[in-house]
Design a protein around this ligand. Structure first.
Ligand code: PLP
Length: 413
C-alpha cells in the first residue's frame, strides 16, 4: 500500500534533495508556516502559534505589519530597483533617519543586504582606516557566514571554515575574567585594526556582559588605536529596550553593524560610522541590493512605527516583567540554571543536576512548547538556552500564557 506523505514530510524530502544539507530546521515534527499576523504564525493546518522568536529578532513590529507593508507596496508599484548608480530618495532619507538615532557621532551609513555583509564591510573599513590587518573577536560570538565574518565567529557550531583567517584572534567571552586582560595583551602589539563583539551575545546564549565590560572595552580600544565594532545585528532597534544596546553602558563604538529588525523582514543591513573613519573608504564600493528602494521604504516605516508605538519602552517594561516571572518559575524548576537578558531578549538556560547543558531536555521543551502553540528559540554553545525574543508588539497577557505553557511543559518533562 502506498504511504501518503503529509505536506511537512514532502517539504523535508524536497529539502533533502535540493538544498545544501547545512540548511537545518527546528523540530522533529516541523509545522509548515503559511501565514503571519502580528505576534502569531499559522501553519498549513490552520494551527496558531505565538511567535516568541520573531524570525530571530527580525519582526519586532509584528508579522505583516500593515503600515510597513503599505509603504513597501507603494514603493513596489512606483519603482522596485535601480542600485546606487542612480540617485533615489529612500536610501538617503533612511541614512538621515539612522544618523539621527545612532549613538554619538556615528552618522555615515553603507547599506547592504545581510548582517554577514555588514560585518565584512565594517572589518574592511577598520583595515582601511587603521592600516592594520589583524582583528580580535570573542569566544561564543557570531558574526556571519562570509570569510571574514566567519573567521571572527567564536561559536564552534557556526565556525565551519576549516581555514579561517589567521589574522583573526579569539579572546574569552565577556563573562570570563580573562577576557579583557587577554585582549589587552593582543592590543599592546598595536597591530589590531578592530575588535568586533556583540553587546549581548545572541547565538552564544543571550550572554549579558558585566556592566563595566563595554566601558573598559571602549577604553582599551581607544588607548591602543584599535577600532571598536559593535555587532548590533541582533540587539539594535529596541530589542533590548534601547535603539542600540551599547546605549545601556553609554558606549559609542567606532562602527556599528545592523540588519534584522531594521526592515522588519525586508532584507536590509548597514554599517554606520563616523565622518573621520568613513573618509578612508574612497575607492568605489557598491552593493547591488544595498539601499534597495523597497527595503529602505520598509525600514523607514519600521522606524516610524517603533517611535509611534514606543517599542523601546515596551521592550523594557515587558522584558522586566517576563524575566521576573521566569525567575519565579526557576524556583519550581531546578533545571532552569539561569534566566538572563535585557528588554525582550531573554535566555533561559537549562542544565542537569550536575550543571551540565541539558540539550536533549531543551529540544523536548522546544518541541512540546511548539505543540502547545508557542515558538521559542534555542541558542548557546551547549544548545541548551531557550531563547525568547517575541515581537515587541506582544501583550503582557500573551506573555503570561508563555510562562504558563513553559511551567506546564517543564512539569511534564
Ligand atoms: C549577531 C549577528 N551577527 C551577524 C549575523 C549574520 O547575519 P545574516 O544572517 O543576516 O548574514 C547574525 C545572524 O544571526 C547575528 O545574530
Amino acid at each position: 500500500m502506498e504511504i501518503k506523505m503529509d505536506l511537512a514530510q514532502q517539504l523535508v524530502a524536497t529539502k533533502k534533495e535540493f538544498l545544501v544539507p547545512c540548511v537545518y530546521h527546528f523540530y522533529q515534527r516541523p509545522p509548515v508556516m503559511v501565514r503571519g499576523e502580528g505576534v502569531y504564525l499559522f501553519d498549513s493546518d490552520g494551527k496558531r502559534y505565538l511567535d516568541c522568536y520573531s524570525g530571530v529578532s527580525v519582526v519586532s513590529a509584528g508579522h505583516s505589519n500593515p503600515e510597513i507593508l503599505d509603504a513597501a507596496i507603494d514603493q513596489l508599484r512606483q519603482l522596485q530597483h535601480t542600485t546606487t548608480i542612480y540617485l533615489t530618495e529612500p536610501m538617503l532619507e533612511l541614512a538621515r533617519a539612522v544618523a539621527e538615532l545612532a549613538p554619538g557621532n556615528l552618522r555615515r551609513s553603507f547599506f547592504c543586504a545581510s548582517g554577514s555583509e555588514a560585518n565584512e564591510g565594517a572589518l574592511l573599513l577598520s583595515s582601511l582606516a587603521t592600516g592594520r590587518k589583524e582583528c580580535v573577536y570573542l569566544k561564543d560570538g557570531l558574526h556571519g557566514r562570509t570569510k571574514w565574518a566567519m573567521s571572527v565567529t567564536g561559536l564552534d557550531m557556526w565556525r565551519t571554515d576549516p581555514n579561517p583567517l589567521v589574522t583573526a584572534h579569539a579572546v574569552p567571552g565577556p563573562r570570563h575574567p580573562e577576557s579583557l586582560p587577554a585582549l589587552e595583551q593582543l592590543l599592546k602589539q598595536e597591530t589590531i585594526a578592530a575588535v568586533i563583539a556583540e553587546p549581548i551575545q545572541g547565538n552564544g546564549g543571550i550572554v549579558v556582559p558585566p556592566d563595566d565590560y563595554w566601558p573598559q572595552l571602549r577604553q582599551l580600544c581607544s588607548q591602543y588605536g584599535t577600532l571598536l565594532i559593535a555587532d548590533e545585528i541582533q540587539t539594535a532597534w529596541n530589542r533590548t529596550g534601547r535603539w542600540f544596546a551599547t546605549e545601556h553602558w553609554n558606549v559609542v563604538p567606532d562602527i556599528v553593524t545592523v540588519a534584522k529588525a531594521l526592515g522588519n523582514g525586508f532584507p536590509i543591513a548597514a554599517y554606520i560610522t563616523t565622518d573621520e573613519i568613513a573618509a578612508h573608504y574612497t575607492r568605489p564600493g557598491a552593493s547591488t541590493f544595498g539601499g534597495n528602494l523597497v527595503s529602505c521604504r520598509a525600514a523607514l516605516a519600521t522606524l516610524t512605527y517603533h517611535k509611534q508605538h514606543q517599542l523601546g519602552d515596551r521592550s523594557t517594561t515587558l522584558g522586566n516583567r517576563l524575566r521576573s516571572q521566569l525567575i519565579e518559575l526557576q524556583r519550581r524548576h531546578p533545571e532552569i540554571a539561569e534566566v538572563r537578558g535585557r528588554g525582550l531578549m531573554i535566555g533561559v538556560e537549562l542544565c542537569d543536576a550536575e550543571k551540565n547543558p541539558a540539550a536533549a531536555l531543551t529540544d523536548s521543551v522546544l518541541e512540546r512548547m511548539k505543540d502547545a502553540g508557542f515558538l521559542l528559540g534555542k541558542t548557546g554553545p551547549g544548545r541548551n538556552v531557550l531563547t525568547l525574543m517575541p515581537p515587541l508588539v506582544v501583550t503582557s497577557d500573551a506573555l503570561d500564557t508563555v510562562v504558563e505553557g513553559l511551567d506546564q511543559v517543564l512539569r511534564l518533562k
